[in-house]
Write a protein that binds this ligand. Structure first.
Ligand code: CAA
Length: 258
């Protein structure tokens, strides 16, 4: 493992793993690191063997935010022209379920990146925050929107206006993370959760996550219609035939992703 590799990529069966690797800067999301993360994720997403992906950092930090040195050197025009924020949309558009594995600091753009994933598995050491207010700015990659949808207005206001960090337990209590795991098990557990997802029908998992995302985009009646359509689509898959038949035949299903 060399420090020059900004991201470390591995394949563990049907699970792809992307680890940000800029430890000296606590994985501050420089333009270069963000681009490398997106490239690695898109490569795994295009691989039909891969059915779920873990995105993580190191033990001390998932990511401590946008790179403040870069931000300090940037201009408003450069920022608005930059593809940096668009890259978050590229992550949102991945089709493979994405599990964030968070240990240590998960701040600013790091927290926004984790919230872009489908779900978050957190070490008990994790600390979540949007401390941009301490720099005279505010979250700029979805924090005011996704955090508010996840934890509600009261906690989002508190975190974003005071810079307060949430512990992993608080993040669980407020609905920001799905699971909190022992400090030494953060990556293993995230891979295990991703492995569970990878064992399901990829079509079913994708359509389910897609329908859940609609809950944040559409009014209830539209979301319900969307869900019904995804349900019918999933039912039309061979994987659905296999899953239903396997239940009746009392055996484990073997999903082909078709
Ligand atoms: N950008 C660039 N470098 C960073 C960084 C960041 N976001 N966070 C940490 N670093 C660097 C530090 O400068 C330091 O580098 P040097 O050793 O070269 O001095 C190194 O990482 C280690 O950091 P600290 O010495 O500060 O470590 P600590 O344990 O004392 O503190 C910390 C850890 C509380 C996370 C602290 O580093 C910190 O507050 N970081 C900034 C967090 C932040 O404000 N994030 C929001 C950024 S703005 C943003 O993200 C905008 C957006 O919405 C898109």
């Amino acid at each position: 493992m060399t420090e020059e590799q900004l991201v470390l990529v591995e394949r563990d069966g049907r699970v792809g793993v992307v680890l940000m690797n800029r430890p000296k800067q606590l994985n501050a999301l420089s333009d270069e690191l963000t681009a490398a993360v997106v490239t690695a994720l898109e490569e795994l997403d295009a691989d039909s063997e891969i059915r779920s992906i873990v995105l993580g950092g190191g033990e001390r930090a998932f990511a401590a935010g946008a790179d403040i040195q870069e931000l300090a050197a940037s201009t408003p025009i450069a920022l608005s022209e930059s593809r940096h924020i668009e890259r978050w949309d590229a992550i949102r558009n991945l089709r493979t379920p994405l599990v964030a594995a968070v240990s240590g600091y998960c701040l600013g753009g790091g927290c926004e990146l984790a919230m872009t994933c489908d779900l978050i598995v957190a070490s008990e050491t994790a600390r979540f925050g949007q401390p941009e207010i301490n720099l005279g700015i505010l979250p700029g990659a979805g924090g005011t929107q996704r955090l508010t949808r996840a934890v509600g207005k009261a906690i989002a206001m508190d975190m974003i206006l005071t810079g307060r960090l949430l512990s992993a337990r608080e993040a669980l209590q407020h609905g920001l993370v799905a699971r909190v795991v022992a400090r030494e098990a953060w990556l293993v557990e995230a891979k295990r959760v991703a492995g569970e997802i990878a064992a399901k029908s990829p079509i079913g998992a994708r359509l389910a996550a897609d329908a859940i995302d609609q809950a944040f985009e559409a009014p209830l009646s539209v979301g319900l219609a969307y869900e019904r359509r995804n349900f019918a689509l999933a039912r039309a898959s061979e994987d659905a035939d296999e899953g239903l038949r396997a239940f009746v035949e009392k055996r484990a299903p073997d999903y082909k992703g078709s």
